[in-house]
Design a protein around this ligand. Structure first.
Ligand SMILES: NC(=O)c1ccc[n+]([C@@H]2O[C@H](COP(=O)([O-])OP(=O)(O)OC[C@H]3O[C@@H](n4cnc5c(N)ncnc54)[C@H](O)[C@@H]3O)[C@@H](O)[C@H]2O)c1
Ligand SMILES: [Zn+2]
Length: 375
C-alpha cells in the first residue's frame, strides 16, 4: 500500500537486492522525522553526526523533531570543513560511537553538508561491518547531490574521496528550510550541481534554473524546493540505473575531472561547487576543441554561472601542467589515461564510447593555456 505524505514529495531510489530507499523533500518535513524514522529506519539508538557549525545552528530544532522517538539519541560533532573529511576524523568518530557502546541495532543520522554526509556515511558503512545511515542534508550541495546515491568516503593526501564505500541510505529527508541559514555564497556553490544536472540531462531544467536564479540565490523556499526536487529526480534516475558507476553514472562527473584538480591544487580553499562550475566550462571547451561539443556551449555555461555569482575571477590561476598532473590522481584515470565526460550540447552528454573518453593531454593543455582573458 502506498501511504500519502502530504508534507513532502517522495522520490524512490531502487537498489539491487534490496527494497531501495525513499527520499522525502518538503519545507517543514523535518517535523515528521521521528515518525519517518520509526517506519523506514527503526533503531534502538541513533547517533547524530554533524559538523559543529550545523549543530550550533540546528541542533535545537532537530532534537525537537526527534522528541517523539522512544530510542536514545547521542550527538557526535566534528569541526566544519573539507579538511576534516579524513581517516583520522573517521577513526575519532568511530571510536566515539564504540565508547558509547552503540551496537548493531543503532542507526547513524548524517546531518549537514556533503562533508558530514560522506564522513558519517562512511562511519556507518564500516561500523560493526555496517549499520544503517539516514541522510538529513542541510547544505544545497548535499540536498541537490551528495545525500542521494550512496557514495561515502574520505579524502587522502593523494586526492579526494579515494577511500570509501557504497552505502545507500535507509532514507533521505530533505527539508529545504534547513538551508535558510546558508550564506548566499554557499547557496550558489550548491546550485552549481543543479546546473550540472541541467547541462548533462535536461536543457529545459537548466533554463528554469536560469530564470529562478535570483530567487534561488536569495533562498526563496518555493524556488529552492522545486530545484531540489528536480535535481533529486535526475540524480535518483541515474544512480538507480548504475549503482556502482560502471556506465551512465559517470556522466555525473561532468566538470569534476578539472574541478577536482582545481580543488586539490588550492588545498581545498576553492569550494567544491565553484571548482566544478569552472571545471564544466573548461571541459565544455575541451569538447568543443575536439569537435564533440556544439560550439558556443562553454560560453553559454559561463554566462549562466555568472548569473549565479560563480565568477571565474574567484578561481585562482594554476599552471596548466600542474592542473593536468592533478587530474591523474583522480579516480577517473583509467589505464593511465584521464577520462572526461563530454557534452554533445547543453542537456545531452556524448554517449560514445562509454559515457567518457580519454582526452590527449595536449588538448587539455591547449585549452588551459588559451584561457586567460577569454573566460
Ligand atoms: N557523496 C556524493 O555523491 C557527493 C556528491 C557531491 C559532493 N560530495 C562531497 O560534498 C562535499 C561538499 O559539500 P558541502 O559544500 O555541503 O560542504 P560542507 O559539508 O563542508 O558544508 C559547507 C559549509 O556549510 C556549512 N553549512 C552546512 N549546512 C548549513 C546550513 N544549513 N546553514 C549554515 N551553514 C551550513 C557547513 O558547516 C560548512 O561550513 C565535498 O566533500 C564533496 O566531495 C559528495
Ligand atoms: Zn560534485
Amino acid at each position: 500500500m502506498k501511504e500519502a505524505h502530504p508534507f513532502a514529495q517522495r522520490v524512490n531510489v531502487a537498489v539491487s537486492g534490496g527494497d531501495g530507499y525513499p527520499i522525502f523533500v518538503g519545507p517543514g518535513s523535518l517535523e515528521h522525522l521521528a515518525d519517518l524514522l520509526s517506519r523506514y529506519a527503526p533503531a534502538f539508538r541513533y547517533a547524530v553526526i554533524a559538523d559543529a557549525r550545523v549543530a550550533d545552528l540546528h541542533r535545537a530544532e532537530i532534537e525537537k523533531a526527534l522528541g517523539g522517538l522512544a530510542a536514545e539519541v547521542s550527538w557526535f560533532t566534528f569541526p566544519p570543513g573539507e579538511a576534516e573529511k579524513t581517516r583520522d576524523q573517521w577513526a575519532r568518530l568511530t571510536d566515539a560511537l564504540l565508547d558509547r557502546g552503540l551496537g548493531r541495532d543503532s542507526c547513524v543520522l548524517a546531518v549537514g553538508g556533503g562533508v558530514a554526509g560522506d564522513l558519517a556515511g562512511f562511519v556507518a558503512a564500516t561500523y560493526l561491518r555496517g549499520i544503517p545511515v539516514v541522510q538529513i542534508p542541510t547544505s544545497l550541495v548535499a540536498m541537490i547531490d551528495s545525500s542521494v546515491g550512496g557514495k561515502t568516503g574520505v579524502d587522502t593526501r593523494h586526492g579526494k574521496n579515494l577511500v570509501g564505500a557504497f552505502h545507500p541510505p535507509a532514507m533521505v529527508l530533505i527539508d529545504p528550510r534547513l538551508a535558510r541559514t546558508l550564506p548566499r555564497i554557499e547557496r550558489a556553490q550548491g546550485l552549481a550541481e543543479a546546473i550540472k544536472h541541467g547541462a548533462i540531462l535536461d536543457r529545459p531544467y537548466l533554463e528554469a534554473l536560469e530564470h529562478a536564479a535570483p530567487g534561488l540565490l536569495a533562498g526563496d523556499e518555493m524556488a529552492t524546493t522545486a530545484c531540489v526536487v528536480g535535481s533529486v529526480r535526475h540524480k535518483a534516475a541515474v544512480v538507480q540505473e548504475d549503482e556502482r558507476e560502471g556506465g551512465i553514472r559517470k556522466i555525473l562527473n561532468f566538470g569534476h575531472t578539472l574541478g577536482h584538480a582545481i580543488e586539490q591544487l588550492s588545498g581545498y580553499a576553492v569550494p567544491h561547487g565553484l571548482a566544478v562550475a569552472w571545471g564544466m566550462v573548461l571541459e565544455a571547451r575541451v569538447g568543443e576543441r575536439l569537435g564533440v561539443t556544439e560550439p558556443g556551449t562553454a560560453a553559454m555555461l559561463a554566462r549562466i554561472l555568472r548569473l549565479f555569482e560563480l565568477d571565474w575571477e574567484r578561481v585562482p590561476r594554476f599552471a596548466p601542467d600542474a592542473l593536468v598532473a592533478a587530474t591523474r590522481t583522480d579516480k577517473k584515470a583509467r589505464e593511465g589515461a584521464v577520462h572526461y565526460v563530454l557534452l554533445r550540447k547543453l542537456g545531452v552528454v556524448a554517449r560514445d564510447p562509454d559515457w567518457s573518453r580519454p582526452v590527449p593531454v595536449a588538448v587539455v593543455l591547449d585549452v588551459l593555456q588559451s584561457l586567460d582573458g577569454e573566460a
